[in-house]
Design a protein around this ligand. Structure first.
Ligand SMILES: Cc1cc2nc3c(=O)[nH]c(=O)nc-3n(C[C@H](O)[C@H](O)[C@H](O)COP(=O)(O)OP(=O)(O)OC[C@H]3O[C@@H](n4cnc5c(N)ncnc54)[C@H](O)[C@@H]3O)c2cc1C
Ligand code: FES
Length: 260
């Protein structure tokens, strides 16, 4: 059940230029958060900007009641968030999203993330690690954007890092390395989060190979709770097309059900 709460910033770290990790003290959200859950963050005390900003949960430390998220500075809202300091309070709504990544005992799971889409996959890999053989594929545009490599190394059995331009580790798209590994051994499931073209390619491949696939979607959001119809996405339920909401029914959907 999501709550609206005021949480203190207990940690702030600049990972690379324009990308920040915030640690928030919040017992209620830490207790309820699942891999794939997100937060709606109020970035200003005034009405400008009016809308909260949706940011995924990166890591949950239930023992210390801490929830962490990582964001890229894009526009006005995230710039205001960047200016917050340790000790400041943030008004947060969360954890949001009824559709989260399903953590159960898989023999083998492939997890693929692109750019800032890799961050929401950390908690998933962490929770799967104990019972599942996890291979993690992280794709970035170039070396400067590669983040959290050692963190993901700790929560996966094998880690593949790719850059589009070959400036670091493997050259090319992460999905091509995932496909290559699938030819050797098919996983029980593929989890994905990242830019739309990557998700579309993963969805097509999973469908062709008949591999279960869960993917986290991103849509422009208003309310974050299924009330404003701002984040509608087409899905297929019982053979019929209908609309659901990324904020409420997602953000994680089964790839075979969603039209992206
Ligand atoms: C479920 C979900 C999870 C997300 N998780 C992360 C994350 O973990 N890290 C991260 O860096 N970013 C994440 N995003 C994207 C992030 O919400 C946007 O980058 C941010 O809202 C931009 O706000 P802004 O004011 O800086 O930009 P502006 O462009 O000034 O924003 C204007 C408006 O558009 C909305 N908006 C802009 N871009 C997006 C977007 N891509 N998705 C949704 N709304 C958008 C804003 O909320 C705001 O209402 C996520 C988005 C969604 C929907
Ligand atoms: S953001 Fe309002 S319905 Fe999803």
């Amino acid at each position: 059940m999501p709550v609206q709460t005021v949480a203190k910033i207990v940690g702030k770290e600049k990972l690379i230029e324009g990308i920040y990790k915030f640690s928030m003290k919040t017992k209620e959200i830490a207790k309820e958060a699942k891999p794939g859950s997100f937060l709606e963050i109020q970035v200003s005390e005034s009405y400008e900007p009016f809308l909260r900003r949706p940011i995924s949960i990166y890591n949950v430390d239930k023992e210390n009641d801490v929830v962490e998220f990582i964001f890229q500075v894009k526009g006005k809202g995230t710039k205001m968030l960047m200016d917050k300091k340790v000790g400041d309070d943030l008004n947060i709504l969360g954890p949001l999203g009824e559709g989260t990544f399903e953590v159960k005992h898989y023999k083998k799971a492939y997890i693929i993330g692109g750019g800032i889409g890799t961050y929401p996959l950390y908690e998933l890999a962490k929770e799967l690690k104990e019972n599942t053989d996890v291979t993690m594929y992280m794709g970035f545009r170039n070396k400067e954007l590669v983040t959290l490599e050692s963190e993901f190394e700790e929560v996966s059995k094998k880690l593949v890092v790719t850059t589009d331009d070959g400036s670091y580790k493997e050259k090319g798209y992460a999905i091509d390395f995932l496909k290559e590994d699938c030819n050797k051994e098919k996983p029980d499931i593929i989890f994905a989060c990242g830019p739309l073209p990557m998700l579309q390619a993963v969805q097509e491949f999973a469908k062709k190979e008949k591999i279960e696939c869960q993917m986290s979607l991103e849509e422009r959001m208003g309310c974050g709770i299924g009330a404003c119809v701002g984040c509608a996405v087409k899905v297929i339920r019982n053979g019929e097309e209908k609309y659901e909401y990324v904020c409420k029914n997602g953000p994680v959907f089964n790839a075979k059900d969603v039209i992206i």
